[in-house]
Design a protein. Structure first.
Lengths: 374, 285, 364
């Protein structure tokens, strides 16, 4: 039995409004996080991720449901009694204290010696690269530095759970890449159970062991980055995860001796029955319509049974993005090598059956991923 | 954070009721007085029960007051008309001058603009009595005493600063990019001002205009000193009820009711207008 | 005759000097991207060209005519703003039509043009809505429609995709080039996203510290950046910077890294004896188990996936941190711990440590 550190059961956050329908900011959320795990709450703005974080921290009341941390129920406790450390999106440093004192603030009430506190503060400050400004005041440092100080303040504590709200949103891309590596290292080394909120999937992918994708207050899927990418539970997750986004097409489906996906100007994909396992063909069943998805990196260019006209060929330094015209929509392909073809020319492409995703046309639920039924 | 106990709500209700009572009671009492004869008013102990009469209102409207000493002519209706005229024209003039000026203050940072703006606002702070004596002497010299023009000019001291400051704030809230976009779309500066800036500042212009109207209407001192009988507004005109034969409380009450009805109605109506206001969804953030 | 000719523009505000002598040309039908980090004056430059602000010095020629002093309404440009700047008290239709109502067209003609551009941008169904009822994506398209509807010869786009969500931003990035080319306008496009710059621009003008440090094609800016500042802005993750002082050994330049002596291409012999910064792009660093020619020992500290790539955080024996990236994100199979790194010597970039300018090899 794995070691569950944090458990959310039936969590609801409902806003009642006069003479209008109630708003479900968070809707029946169930989630279990293991000790030492790093979890990302990922979604676009308004999806409920920040509300969830604030309920766990204690800054918002829970409408329904329970939150259990390290074996005790915390949803009715005030924030100070939950043993949770939080780094806020708005910087919230104490203005009259220096950065050093801000970071070490919570440690003062612990049993640590001043020398120990000083060492811990210096170490964390070095990690986020603010050791040169430890003796400055919050009003005199930049937004990015304030954000890192806020992060350091949360990380230096010994808590059961660490909550980080968009921890690197204000930082430049270069710094972000380096800090991500260091932060991941620190959290893993010290087995710090943490949840962080972000709308940036690169951040989620880089730091998290598992990612919870939320939309409209509902948890869409809670899985590793690999699973979200290779086995998305529904169309929302499939098109949200991945840059460039997954190509999706409405297709007519014929499931006979050949399995064919047809779009407006002809077959888009055509497979021999043997290329798809029986289990998959059974899952697709007798549907006449489906939504097919394929990730841009798996559209193989240059050779293959299908052809399309190139709409654009953009080279981005370390990879090429091409857009092909299929049924009036754009099929995006990514290649790590330059592709010598210009807009207006025709190119052949192939999509291996194992890279194909099929979704139900009505519900958006996944039907099969490549060679396996969903 | 969302639970307020029943006790809190009870205390809150009681306090609100007390405040309302404090403010509304005088108006309520005056309203009652306006329907009472002088005898009812002066009766001790005062009573809420009485036979209502409309003789006070009749006296005001017909302009004839019957007292024990004889029949007096009352110019109340003329006073009412003066109030309407002075307030509307003053506010109208202040809007014509103030709205473009507010725009200038909001958009163009010329030297000393803050200082000039503050000076103009300071006119609101200065007690009118400070300027009245010298002003009345100057008015005598240039022949503006007891003229509508003279009064309207003085009333700008009340209306203009208010309109400038409120409308300037509204203009500042409009993102300059919106006006830039309209100019780039091919429209002249004047069209941008009239078609974009003024409509978007509309709630502010309306609110400040209405507020200025109320303050002009309520003004007493300027009209008292700088105007006489046939140019006086209702605020001064009410003094006429202090007659040689005694204070006509009933008529005063009726006069007050008639005087405050327009401004009260405006304030209630404008409140809804302002709350509806335009929401600027057109600019991100 | 260039459609847009900007010469030596200067502009200061109370907060400081924003543009310090910038010059730029754009030919008919070109898309020129003005690229740089936030706050560097890109939006100010666009405003000067639109006529909404006046330069302190310099000239602006549009379609061959001097427009430095001209009012915005006389310049005949179309502009789309970063925060949309739609008129809140008008419907989407009226917003777009405003670009035509100042001219001589009849209402029927205006309607035809507005309907056409709305269909092109797929916003026909929201024409009667007020801006506050539109989603961000629809607002952005309405702003773009307003800029395009009058068929302006010159189009100024100020980071139009900035405030739009990632999925829509990618779609627009694919559609915009053909849309803009079809309109035939000369386009100045401002962005902070280097991928957008490389995807859209015929030319990229990199604005740093109030001046253009490089104006070149995307390929040149990526492969031959004029300075360290430029090189750092293009590439995700950003390029590794290694301070070094190359010396000549047997006539060939070499430098120290991570305890090993690594060879540079002979054409960089001129860099010997100077204080340099060597730039190594993450995709050029190869991390292997076994040492090979030109390898140096590293420790793999962390591996993070990044869009179908893996980014490895490496630490050399002398404590320097490097980032390497490789295709495929089989993160689980990547082991932490000791490994060997090497790079193709021809792929490095060499910069002068003092000035930051790139030192060209004798070949380029």
């Amino acid at each position: 039995m794995s070691d569950i550190a944090l458990s959310l059961e039936g969590l609801d956050k409902i806003y009642l409004r006069r003479s209008k329908r109630p708003v479900y900011a968070v809707n029946k959320l169930n989630m279990g996080i293991e000790k030492g795990e790093i979890v990302a709450l990922l979604g676009s703005s308004g999806c409920g991720k920040t509300s969830t974080l604030r309920m766990i921290a204690g800054f918002e009341d829970v409408t329904n449901g329970t939150i259990t941390l390290a074996g005790r129920r915390i949803d009715q406790l005030p924030p100070a009694k939950r043993n949770v450390a939080m780094a806020f999106e708005g910087y919230s440093l104490y203005p009259p204290l220096t950065v050093r004192d801000n970071i070490g603030f919570a440690l003062k009430s612990s049993a640590m010696q001043p020398a120990q506190i000083d060492r811990a503060v210096k170490e964390i400050a070095g990690l986020v690269e603010i050791d040169s400004i430890l003796d400055r005041y919050p009003s005199s440092i930049s937004g990015g530095q304030q954000q890192r100080a806020s992060l350091a303040r949360a990380l230096v504590r010994r808590a059961d759970l660490y909550l980080l709200d968009e921890p690197m949103g204000q930082l430049e891309p270069q710094l972000r890449a380096v800090l991500r590596g260091r932060l991941k290292n620190l959290l893993a080394e010290r087995a710090m159970t943490s949840i962080f909120v972000t709308h940036d999937q690169t951040e989620a992918n880089a730091l998290a062991d598992r990612i919870a994708v939320m939309e409209g207050g509902v948890l869409q899927q809670f899985a590793t980055q690999r699973d979200l990418k290779d086995r998305p539970a529904n169309l929302y997750v499939a098109t949200f995860i991945g840059e460039p986004p997954m190509n999706v097409f409405d297709a007519g489906l014929t499931n006979a001796d050949r399995v064919r996906f047809d779009v407006a100007n002809g077959p888009m994909l055509d497979y021999a029955a043997s290329e798809l396992p029986q289990a998959v063909r059974a899952a697709i069943g007798g549907r006449a319509k489906a939504v097919v998805g394929v990730r841009p990196h798996f559209v193989k260019l240059g050779a293959g049974p299908h052809a399309a006209q190139v709409v654009s060929n953009q080279w981005l330094g370390d990879q090429s993005h091409l857009a092909l015209n299929v049924a009036g929509k754009l099929l995006v392909a990514v290649s790590h090598a330059p592709v010598p073809v210009k807009a207006g020319e025709t190119i052949c492409y192939a999509i291996n059956a194992s890279n194909l995703h099929v979704f139900d046309a009505e519900t958006g639920e996944a039907v099969c991923h490549g060679a396996e039924p969903a | 954070m969302e639970h307020t106990s029943t006790l809190e709500r009870l205390i809150r209700g009681v306090l609100i009721a007390l405040v309302l009572l404090f403010f509304l009671f005088p108006i309520f009492w005056i309203f009652l007085m306006s329907f009472q004869t002088n005898e009812d008013i002066l009766r001790i102990p005062p009573s809420v029960l009485f036979t209502p009469t409309i003789s006070n209102y009749q006296a005001l409207i017909t302009g004839k007051l019957v007292t024990v000493a004889g029949t007096l002519d009352i110019a109340f209706m003329k006073n009412l008309w003066n109030s309407v005229l002075l307030s509307t024209v003053s506010v109208g003039l202040a809007l014509i001058l103030g709205v473009p000026a507010a725009y200038a203050f909001a958009r163009f940072k010329f030297p000393l603009s803050e200082d000039i703006a503050f000076t103009l606002l300071s006119f609101r702070f200065a007690p009118p009595l400070l300027v009245l004596l010298p002003l009345s002497l100057y008015y005598e010299q240039i022949g503006l005493t007891d003229t509508y023009v003279g009064l309207i000019w003085v009333y700008q001291l009340i209306a203009l600063p208010l309109i400038l400051w409120i409308v300037r704030g509204y203009f500042e809230d409009i993102s300059p990019d919106i006006e830039s976009a309209y100019r780039i779309a091919g429209h002249s500066w004047w069209r941008t001002f009239t078609r974009i800036a003024v409509p978007l500042a509309g709630p502010g212009i309306a609110a400040s205009g209405l507020l200025a109207f109320i303050f002009c209407w309520n003004n007493f001192v300027f009209a008292l000193i700088l105007a006489s009988a046939d140019k006086q507004p209702v605020t001064v005109g009410s003094l006429a009820f202090v007659t040689a034969s005694g204070i006509q409380y009933g008529q005063i009450a009726a006069a007050i009711v008639l005087s405050i009805t327009p401004t009260l109605a405006i304030a209630l109506w404008a409140q809804r207008y302002l709350v509806e206001g335009l929401s600027l969804g057109a600019v991100k953030g | 005759m260039a459609q847009i000719e900007v010469q030596n523009l200067h502009k200061s505000f109370k907060t400081g000097k924003v543009l310090n002598g910038v010059s730029l040309d754009a030919e008919t039908g070109q898309i020129v991207v003005i690229f740089g980090p936030s706050g560097t004056g890109k939006t100010v430059l666009l405003r000067l060209i639109a006529g909404v602000e006046e330069p302190d010095a310099g000239t602006i020629m549009l379609q061959g005519r001097d427009m430095t002093e001209a009012a915005p309404e006389a310049r005949g440009v179309g502009m789309a703003f970063q925060n949309f700047a739609l008129f809140p008290h008008m419907s989407a239709y009226d917003n777009i039509a405003s670009a035509l109502t100042a001219g001589p067209m009849t209402a029927m003609q205006i309607k035809a043009k507005v309907d056409k551009v709305a269909a092109l941008l797929k916003i026909t169904h929201v024409m009667q809505h007020a801006p506050r009822e539109l989603s961000n994506g629809q607002k952005q398209r309405t702003a773009l429609a307003r800029a395009l509807v009058s068929d302006p010869r010159i189009l100024l786009l100020d980071d139009p995709l900035r405030n739009v969500d990632a999925k829509l931003r990618y779609e627009m990035r694919l559609e915009l080039p053909s849309l803009l080319k079809a309109s035939g306008s000369t386009v100045l496009y401002v962005t902070q996203d280097y991928k957008e710059a490389m995807a859209l621009g015929d030319k990229i003008a990199v604005l740093l510290d109030g001046a253009f440090v490089q104006i070149a094609t995307p390929a040149e800016v990526y492969r031959k950046p004029a300075s360290l500042g430029v090189a750092q802005l293009f590439g995700d993750p950003a390029l590794n910077m290694v301070p070094a002082a190359p010396v000549l050994r047997n006539g060939a330049p070499v430098f120290e890294l991570g305890g090993a002596t690594l060879a540079m291409p002979v054409s960089y012999a001129g860099a010997a004896g100077r204080d340099c910064v060597i730039g190594i792009r993450p995709e050029a660093l190869v991390v292997e188990e076994q040492p090979g020619p030109g390898s140096f020992p590293v420790e793999v500290v962390a591996v993070t996936p990044l869009n179908e790539k893996s980014v490895l955080l490496l630490r050399t024996m002398d404590g320097r941190e490097l980032l390497a990236s490789e295709p495929g994100d089989e993160v689980a199979s990547r082991r932490h711990g000791p490994a060997c790194a090497r790079f193709d010597a021809d792929s490095i970039l060499v910069f002068d440590a003092a000035s930051g300018l790139r030192i060209a090899s004798q070949l380029n």
